[in-house]
Design a protein. Structure first.
Length: 420
């Protein structure tokens, strides 16, 4: 067990490179299993625990992999096992992408029900609806999803709710179905576009990703390709917020500024300065920020994954802010940790009422989930004194070397054994 030690009060300055997008990589790696010929070389892979879990899972299915710095080579030509039922599968949410990938290529799969962060009820009913519409039989038995089809036939599928996971998963299966599949009320997030581009690089015919209607014309087979994952919108947003919170000036490099527009808009509304370049954004702040109201929404709205770091920033802003979490019903668990540091926050259902405090003070806290962990790091950076953050396994699932990156910007932060 490890913990992060953060000493607050330092303004952040300098440049930082953003890693590949976690939410894209964890779908692209299972999608690579659909290539029956050749190898997939995927670059800009983030060095995070969720990726390492996926590497172990695909090896257990019979894939050959080679890991280089930020690059992963996958040879899935001789998959021998269609049962993804390991501890790693149970640990992470994105393991459900193996259902769509294996169903598409082999017309059957058995995948244990996924885990992930405890941020609310996360059903897979829309995934199942899509698979069944394509012609598959789906049964949940002994804690695993069993899918099987004689043939997958393209059809029209309307999602009852906007779901990133279901959009990607059904898109994977439909790629190797017969005929045309139309997904309506599809999610529009950047990583959905990235997965579609990856599939097309393998020979798929996917059009409309990034809109609410995606059309997939099935092909007979997919082949290996070279591909580079897009930059991580959420990691970039986290560093943008940290720069504003500490009253610093940070250039966040290797980003797609358009993906960050909803975050930039709120920081500007609070009084920070955001300067966009072709592939970077610079955030400047005096540290004197005013309150704003935020409602999370599917892309291009304000991302739910940035809500928790942003709510930490609002704890230090002047005035009252209202944060409405419209995506997940249990995404305010970090508030109890912030209260230990002096935050003035009241949660009513899916709404948090935040009254900016004069200061936060260091305390012993924990990361209740992945993005809550980033929120606690930012809280430690602006708090008076020493903050000790536990449960780092959550943070390591999605932020590569978080303490090293903050150290480069001048933060006083380090990792040590929790027993020390």
């Amino acid at each position: 067990m490890e913990k992060l030690i953060v000493y607050g009060g330092n303004r952040l300055f300098g440049d930082i490179d953003i890693s590949g997008a976690k939410n894209a990589a964890v779908a692209i790696i299972p999608a690579a299993l659909m290539a029956s010929d050749g190898t997939c070389i995927i670059d800009n892979i983030p060095d995070i625990e969720d990726v390492h879990c996926l590497e172990r899972i695909i090896e257990s299915l019979g894939c050959k992999i080679k890991v280089n710095t930020n690059s992963l080579t996958i040879d899935s030509s001789n998959i021998t096992n269609l049962d993804a039922c390991t501890e790693d599968v149970r640990r992470m949410r994105a393991s459900y992408y193996f259902i769509g990938a294996l169903l598409g290529r082999f017309k059957e799969a058995r995948v244990e029900l996924p885990g992930g962060c405890p941020i609310g009820v996360r059903p897979i009913d829309q995934h199942i609806k899509g698979f069944e519409a394509l012609g598959a039989t789906v049964k949940i038995e002994h804690g695993a999803v069993n899918v099987k089809a004689d043939r997958l036939i393209g059809t029209n599928i309307f999602f009852d709710v906007v779901s990133v996971g279901a959009t990607i998963n059904v898109m994977l299966a439909a790629t190797l179905a017969e005929g045309v599949t139309t997904l309506e009320n599809a999610a529009r997030e950047p990583h959905i576009v990235d997965v579609a581009n990856f599939l097309n690089s393998m020979g798929a015919n996917v059009k409309g990703a990034g809109t609410d209607i995606i059309r997939i014309t099935g092909v007979e087979k997919l082949c290996g390709c070279n591909y580079s994952v897009i930059p991580d919108q959420i990691e970039a947003g986290t560093f943008m917020i940290a720069a504003a919170a500490t009253g610093g000036e940070v250039t966040i490099k290797n980003v797609i500024p358009k993906h960050l527009e909803s975050i930039s808009a709120k920081l500007i509304e609070m009084g920070a300065e955001v300067i966009e370049q072709d592939d970077s954004v610079t955030v400047k702040s005096t540290g004197k920020l005013k309150s704003v109201n935020i409602k999370t929404a599917p892309y291009p709205g304000f991302p739910t994954d940035v809500q928790q770091p942003m709510s930490t920033l609002l704890c230090a802003a002047e005035g009252r802010s209202i944060v409405n979490e419209s995506i997940w019903e249990s995404r305010f668990k970090h508030v109890d940790e912030l209260k230990k540091m002096g935050a003035n926050v009241k949660v009513e259902g899916r709404t948090a009422i935040i009254d900016g405090a004069e200061k936060l003070t260091g305390a012993i806290v924990k990361a209740t989930d992945l993005r809550a962990g980033a929120a606690m790091v930012i809280a430690g950076l602006i708090a008076e004194g020493k903050t000790e953050i536990h449960s780092l396994d959550h943070i390591d699932r999605g932020y590569p070397n978080i303490e090293v990156k903050f150290q480069r910007l001048g933060a006083k932060i380090h990792r040590e054994s929790a027993e020390e």
